[in-house]
Design a protein around this ligand. Structure first.
Ligand code: 3PG
Length: 215
């Protein structure tokens, strides 16, 4: 899968829902009920961060849940790509990129949404063919105003901003022409996951799924 095909696939995934929950899950036993709460709330696209020992197992469990579109997040080294595929991830997200991460995702045909934070990084990725990028860390990096400004000289790059986004500021991003969806942990926080509060997760997902999208 070349970068153009990967971007096409990522764009389709981003258009499935306005919000991609960013999940940090320690316990694989709760993967299924967590995914079910999010999906039935209207958020089928799930980013499972490779930040816990059981993240790959969590991906495997979530990928079995009907309707789930599960991606591996926090891809920081090239080996992560193969691990993510073996676990059943259907896409990958990275906070930034290295050449080897891009090479591995292309070689193993795993669609990647690479992360970028500055115009030079965005331009480099776009030149390679990656037209859909994660804008990270969104709020710390200038937030909505930065993305709006970037759309001037770089109108053909689309983003999933992530980092510091919540129910209060998500809508502002989703109004932008260059924002396909946003990522965030607010729909399934550590506390909600620890308390196995699937009712609240479902409610937050439901509210998030109604935020202004371009579906
Ligand atoms: C992350 O990778 O941690 C994401 O950027 C999520 O950020 P958030 O917790 O601020 O939503």
């Amino acid at each position: 899968m070349n970068p153009y095909q990967a971007s096409e696939r990522i764009e389709k995934i981003c258009r499935l829902a306005p919000v991609v929950p960013v999940l940090v899950v320690q316990n694989p036993d709760i993967a299924k009920p967590l995914a079910e709460a999010l999906i039935s709330g209207g958020l089928p696209v799930l980013e499972v961060t490779l930040r816990t020992k059981s993240a790959l197992q969590v991906i495997s469990e979530m990928a079995k849940v009907p309707g789930a579109v599960v991606g591996a997040g926090t891809i920081t080294k090239s080996n992560d790509i193969k691990d993510a595929i073996n676990a059943g991830a259907s896409f990958a997200i990275s906070p930034g990129v290295t050449d080897t991460i891009l090479e591995e995702s292309e070689r193993h045909k795993l669609a990647i949404m690479p992360g970028a934070a500055t115009p030079s990084e965005i331009m480099r990725l776009f030149q390679l063919g990656y037209s859909v990028q994660k804008f990270f860390p969104a709020e710390a990096n200038g937030g909505r105003a930065a993305l709006k400004a970037i759309a001037g000289p770089l109108p053909n790059v689309k983003f999933c901003p992530t980092g510091g986004i919540n129910r209060g500021n998500a809508e502002g991003y989703l109004e932008l022409e260059n924002t396909l969806c946003v990522g965030g942990s607010w729909v399934a926080t550590q506390k909600l996951i620890e308390h196995r509060d699937w009712h609240t997760v479902n409610d937050l997902a439901n509210k998030a799924s109604k935020l202004g999208s371009k579906i």
